[in-house]
Design a protein around this ligand. Structure first.
Ligand code: APR
Length: 246
């Protein structure tokens, strides 16, 4: 007997990952430690209000995240998703992550969509500035960095609470086009990501044959939206979970 998820070679898969997939790589999730995130309430360090109040604290926080994520290595869960992209073809597996780490890329994923931004990128805080977000591994514990184009402050290229995730139109299109929607390691409380599975429910009500699957340690808040829930660690459940029939 096999619990594998069978995919046809023509299937399109949408994968949404959350903090849980990086937990086995040693990166703390947001809501597992009593609501605190490395000693902070997420809103106190990851919001436009926090940036306006204390930008030095925000940069200190993200500099610490940069430093600790630098030694993290991808785990078997990240590798299994990179393998799925290779097996089905990169154009058929849209990998969308809420995570700001680069562990999917390190695992070999050729395409990764970072809807909540990237830890190792920095951008100008002025929306109209022409400076593009750039690769940045610097740690800012002292003086705050300034934009070389316009002189405004540089900020982490992160989507904070109250800000709109990147690329929602693209994401919506991909969810509408997929045959299988998979979420891995996300508590299902942060929207709009947590609401994407509802599109699959809607499409099923219209008679489409798309499916949805959740993989994670415990049932998420939006578990009711999924047809299939597999409980366990991502690094243990994902390897070998998908088989592609030709
Ligand atoms: N394997 C699979 N799932 C795991 C593992 C593991 N090894 N360890 C923990 N989990 C699960 C937890 O049970 C939890 O349901 O991962 C989930 C992590 O949930 P959150 O910490 O809430 O992370 P996430 O859902 O990604 O948060 C969404 O909130 O703070 C914002 O922008 C931030 O992207 C983040 C968003």
């Amino acid at each position: 007997m096999s619990n594998a998820i069978q995919l046809a070679a023509s299937d399109r898969v949408f994968v949404l990952t959350g903090a849980g997939i990086s937990a086995e790589s040693g990166i703390a999730t947001f809501r597992d430690a009593g609501g605190l995130w490395e000693g902070h309430r997420p809103e106190d360090v990851a919001s436009p209000q926090a940036w306006a109040r204390d930008p030095a604290l925000v940069w200190r926080f993200y500099s610490e995240r940069r430093a600790s994520a630098a030694s993290a290595l991808p785990n078997a869960g990240h590798v299994a998703l990179a393998d799925l992209q290779e097996a089905l073809g990169v154009d058929s597996v849209f990998l969308c992550t809420q995570n700001v780490d680069s562990l999917h890329e390190q695992a070999g994923s050729p395409q990764v969509f970072h809807m909540h931004g990237e830890l190792y990128k920095t951008r100008c805080e002025r929306p109209a500035c022409t400076l593009a977000p750039f690769e940045d591994r610097e740690l800012y514990f002292g003086e705050l960095p300034r934009c070389p184009e316009c002189g405004a402050r540089l900020r982490p290229h992160i989507v904070w609470f109250g800000e709109e995730p990147f690329g929602m139109r693209r994401i919506t299109r991909e969810v509408q086009a997929c045959d299988l929607f998979v979420t891995v390691g996300s508590s299902g409380v942060v929207y709009p990501a947590a609401g994407l599975v509802r599109e699959i429910l809607y499409r099923r009500q219209q008679g489409e044959s798309c499916r949805s699957l959740y993989v994670g340690l415990e049932a998420p808040a939006n578990a009711g939206g999924f047809q299939d829930v597999r409980l366990g660690k991502a690094g243990e459940v994902l390897p070998g979970l998908f088989t592609v029939t030709r």
